[in-house]
Design a protein around this ligand. Structure first.
Ligand SMILES: *Cc1c(COP(=O)(O)O)cnc(C)c1O
Length: 417
């Protein structure tokens, strides 16, 4: 049985432990929600000050050139690329994940429609019913407004996916790590199945980027999008990313054809001509203050690598599962996250009949996790700033809350859970 002393020993040997100092976390808080909103890199405050006071305040409009604002989506995209197995010139940071998904899905349908007749006849977008709702909504919105004649097929079980990827499937659109359960798909295997049927794959990496090692090229993926404000610590509402590999860029046409995606935006021509390369994934002017802060999160990742992060992530999530089952085993908790390492992201979810109330009680005691319908208590583990002692202490507080029934089942809910 692991003890708190064992956890402290693990922390003493942990090569990532010094990186915790790169984040500003409040005293007395154990933050297990970096999968929803990453913590603030210490450098973000000074960076925000510099962007606002100097770049905007002093240099004004000149900063589009002198401070590199105009190139920022591409420059930061290149900096993010190694974390997902992408190459330079294949990623931009822009817009939101919802919007990028819409652009990528529309482009993928168009690639199929422009392809051989067998591709053009394909009319289904295959995804999971358990996908993050915005992904389903955006796909259904696209099918309702722009891609009439297409339909979204919601698959109920992971093991039913192979059969659902049939000759009618135009695009397989999946979230790589499920936001609720932490289930991680086998990207290479599903991509190979999709390609064998003539379908393209679009991956949402919202809960994968910065959380698990990714190699989009090795997996053969076609398109990908994801968040920067979760594991990448880019800040609340920070712009998302979109990946279009070089070999698909010429065929990548998306309907949100704004001037930032134009080949010569300042020619102010009335006709749209898409930029060469990844620039065509852009739409309009970016929120520069927010975008600039994404760099502070990416810088921390350059001090380590995803293999080290993954090793610690699995150690933290294994420990959390072990301790919850050993110390809270008398309570009605059910693990919904896979035990198999290959199938697990960087979070652990348990159901409890009073999950919302228990999470509220934990938050009141400084252990910040979150709640997702139905009945799921979700705990994200971010190896850059979470220690093994944090895991011990969080489980101890959970045990006390459950043993003492110190939760209010009638607690009212905020707008955001
Ligand atoms: C968090 C998340 C999003 C968020 O989309 P926004 O446009 O940033 O609100 C989308 N998809 C998945 C799978 C997510 O986990």
């Amino acid at each position: 049985m692991t003890t708190r002393t064992d956890c402290l020993a693990l922390d003493a040997q942990d090569l990532l432990a010094p990186l915790r100092a790169r984040f500003d976390l409040p005293q007395g808080v154990i933050y297990l929600d970096g999968n929803s909103l990453g913590a603030r890199p210490t450098t973000a405050l000074a960076r925000a000050q510099d962007v606002i006071a100097r770049e905007w305040g002093q240099d004004l409009i000149r900063s589009w050139n002198t401070a590199g604002w105009f190139d920022l989506p591409k420059r930061l995209g290149d900096r993010l690329a190694p974390l997902i197995g992408a190459r330079a010139g294949e990623v931009v940071i822009t817009d939101s994940t919802s919007l990028n998904l819409f652009k990528a899905l529309a482009a993928a349908l168009n690639m199929q429609a422009e392809g051989p007749p067998a591709s053009a006849a394909r009319r289904t977008i295959v995804t999971e019913r358990a996908n993050f709702p915005t992904d389903i909504y955006m796909a259904e919105g696209l099918a309702a407004w722009l891609a009439r004649g297409y339909s979204v097929r919601l698959v109920d079980r992971v093991d039913a996916l192979p059969a659902a990827i049939d000759a009618d499937c135009a695009v397989l659109m999946l979230t790589h790590v499920n936001y609720r359960t932490g289930y991680q798909h086998d990207m290479a295997q599903l991509t190979a199945l999709a390609h064998a049927q003539g379908a393209l794959t679009l991956w949402d990496l919202a809960h994968s980027a910065g959380a698990v090692p990714l190699d989009l090229h090795a997996a053969g993926a076609d398109l990908a999008v994801g968040c920067t404000y979760k594991y990448l610590n880019g800040g609340p509402g920070a712009p998302a990313f979109i990946w279009v590999p070089k070999h698909h860029q010429a065929a990548f046409c998306q309907p949100l054809a704004g001037w930032w995606g134009h080949r010569a935006p300042f020619a102010m021509a009335p006709g749209f001509a898409a930029a060469e390369g990844i620039g065509r994934a852009l739409c309009g002017t970016q929120p520069i203050v927010s975008l600039a802060l994404v760099e502070c999160g990416l810088e921390v990742f350059e001090e380590t690598d995803m293999e080290a992060i993954r090793a610690k992530s699995l150690a933290l999530t294994d420990l959390f599962i072990e301790l919850v089952e050993a110390r809270c085993g008398a309570h009605r908790l059910d693990l919904v996250t896979p035990r198999a390492h290959a199938r697990r992201g960087s979070q652990v979810s348990f159901t409890h009949p009073h999950g919302y109330a228990v999470i509220a009680a934990l938050i009141a005691r400084g252990v910040i996790g979150d709640y997702r319908e139905p009945a799921i208590m979700r705990f994200g583990f971010t190896p850059l700033y979470t220690s093994f002692a944090d895991v011990w202490d969080a489980v101890e507080i959970l045990r006390a809350v459950l043993d003492d029934k110190a939760y209010d089942v009638d607690a009212s809910r905020g707008a955001v859970t």
